[in-house]
Design a protein around this ligand. Sequence first.
Ligand code: ATP
Ligand code: MG
Length: 320
Amino acid sequence: MISLHYDVVAVGLNAVDVLVRLPATVIPDTKHMVRELMIQGGAPMGTGSSAVAMLGYATGFVGRLGRNTISEIAIDQFKKYGVDVNLIVRDENSRPALALVEIDPVTAARTVFVNLDDYGFLREEDIPREVIRQTRVLMVDSYDLNASEWALLAAQNTGCRTMIDFESGDTERMRRLLTLGTDVLLPLECGRQLSGEKSPEKVLEALSKLTPGQLIVTDGARGSWAWKAGQVLHQPALSVPTKIDSTGCGDAYHAGYVVGLLEGWPLEWRMEFGTWLAAQVIRQVGGRTALPRREELAARGADSLSEGLRQKVIELSQKN
Ligand SMILES: Nc1ncnc2c1ncn2[C@@H]1O[C@H](COP(=O)(O)OP(=O)(O)OP(=O)(O)O)[C@@H](O)[C@H]1O
Ligand SMILES: [Mg+2]
């Protein structure tokens, strides 16, 4: 049964991650016993949608998966994090992306290897246009640009906000699609690719000519920058004393921003909440491991938030 009433629909990459936090010394051509090695669902939209669902919003993921072990893991992971799987199309042979993630034990930086053999790229008929039209926020990434474009087009001239999280892909096509986003949140590197500029300020200024949407660029521990009526706002990242694994920080940032859209929060709070959610994720191995549930928000250190937002987040954590 497909519910027509989602708060959020995500269209984009779905992956199964195999993550390992590397030992302090890696000796090639030997075996290492390790404690932190796991399999978990991943990818920008896969993890972004999970983060929103964990915070209590009705969230659906649109994907194409097969009848094989790795697809079953992906489905199982969506269910575990509360993402509705009714918008997932099943066929015999498709599977999610498979990602190998090596985590640096000192810096928490992650190196990712991705394989897309037999990936279930979406077909036009897989896009639930009617559902998207009635959804509050659509999230898309750049790993299946055909699907992102169909979904973005379905959302035009409706009340649905469209959040774009492009990371890499065909430059000209991504530049063209930016105009369809009401909220465009890009890693700085992608912003550079699309604008030809270097600094966050110049990147935002150049991109503002391509989209009427709210523009933000993120740059890891250096934080994020937004374009607001010709001015640039900077939101610093939170300093986290024990950083373990930065996998999924960007996905959590986007999810926090989307929660702010759903709650009608101003831009500054959306950025601050995204930053806070990203800082939660970095404390454990795996992009989804440390995602908070709504009722856990107050207990998870929301006291580091600015006064007004802290109040809202505490209220949110008490809402059913
Ligand atoms: N090392 C870090 N320490 C603290 N906060 C971080 C760190 N890395 C990322 N963040 C937070 O997450 C936000 C997004 O991170 P980033 O710019 O790395 O996204 P991304 O490149 O899309 O990453 P991902 O691969 O996770 O999608 C940053 O603006 C910051 O608030
Ligand atoms: Mg990202």
